[in-house]
Design a binder for this molecule. Structure first.
Ligand SMILES: [Fe+2]
Length: 202
C-alpha cells in the first residue's frame, strides 16, 4: 500500500448551506486556462469530465444540474496538479470552498485518490471519479500508440495492456482494481464506456 502522500487530514468539505451551488462551466474553463498550461493534463480533465457527465446521464438518471456537477468534478479534479504538485488537491479544494461550491462536488474531488488523500469515496459520484481517473488516462495512452487511435479499439487489448506492467507504468493497477471493487460494474463495462465516451474528446 502507498502511504498517504497528499493527506488532506479531514473528511468534511465545504459548507452544507452551499448545497446546489455550482459554478458555470465557463468559469471552470477559465480557471483551467489559468492554472493548467499543460495541454495533456487539460485534455485529461476534459476527458474525465465527458465520461463523468455521460455516466451521470446514462447510468444514474441524473438531471441536468446533477450531470453538470459530475462534469465539473471531472473538469476540476486535477486543476491544481501542475501549479501546486505537492499540495494537490488541497489547493483546488480550498479554492472551491472559498467559492461556496456544493460540498458534494468538493468531497468528490477530495476522494478521487483515497490512497493518497486519505478520503474515502462515499457517493456514486465519488466512486466513479476514482474509477474513471486512472483508467481514462490509461485508455488514452493506449489509443495514442494505435495508428487508428480510438477507432476499432477493443476491451481485450486494454485488458492485455493492463496486465503489462511496463505499459503506462505510472498508472497504478492497484488503484484501478481497488476502485472497481467498490462498484457494481465490471472492469470490462467501464473500459467499454470510457472508449465510447472519450473518443471524441480530443
Ligand atoms: Fe486525474
Amino acid at each position: 500500500m502507498s502511504s498517504l502522500t497528499h493527506a488532506l487530514g479531514r473528511s468534511q468539505f465545504g459548507n452544507p448551506a452551499n448545497k446546489g451551488n455550482l459554478i458555470p462551466l465557463e468559469e471552470a474553463y477559465s480557471l483551467l486556462n489559468e492554472w493548467v498550461p499543460n495541454e495533456r493534463l487539460h485534455l485529461h480533465m476534459q476527458q474525465v469530465a465527458a465520461v463523468m457527465k455521460a455516466w451521470a446521464l446514462e447510468k444514474e438518471g441524473a438531471d441536468e444540474q446533477t450531470a453538470r456537477m459530475w462534469e465539473l468534478a471531472g473538469l476540476l479534479h486535477d486543476a491544481d496538479w501542475e501549479k501546486y504538485p505537492t499540495e494537490h488537491c488541497r489547493v483546488i479544494i480550498e479554492k472551491l470552498e472559498e467559492m461556496n461550491v456544493d460540498p458534494d462536488l468538493i468531497h468528490c474531488i477530495a476522494s478521487h485518490g483515497p490512497r493518497y488523500f486519505g478520503v474515502e469515496p462515499v457517493s456514486n459520484m465519488d466512486k466513479m471519479i476514482y474509477v474513471f481517473d486512472e483508467l481514462s488516462g490509461f485508455i488514452h495512452a493506449a489509443a495514442l500508440i494505435r495508428p487508428t487511435r480510438y477507432e476499432g479499439m477493443d476491451v481485450k487489448s486494454v485488458l492485455k495492456k493492463l496486465k503489462t506492467p511496463s505499459f503506462a507504468a505510472q498508472v497504478s493497477r492497484d488503484d484501478i482494481h481497488d476502485a472497481i471493487s467498490r462498484i457494481d460494474h465490471s472492469l470490462e463495462e467501464i473500459i467499454t464506456f470510457i472508449i465510447e465516451h472519450q473518443k471524441n474528446v480530443l
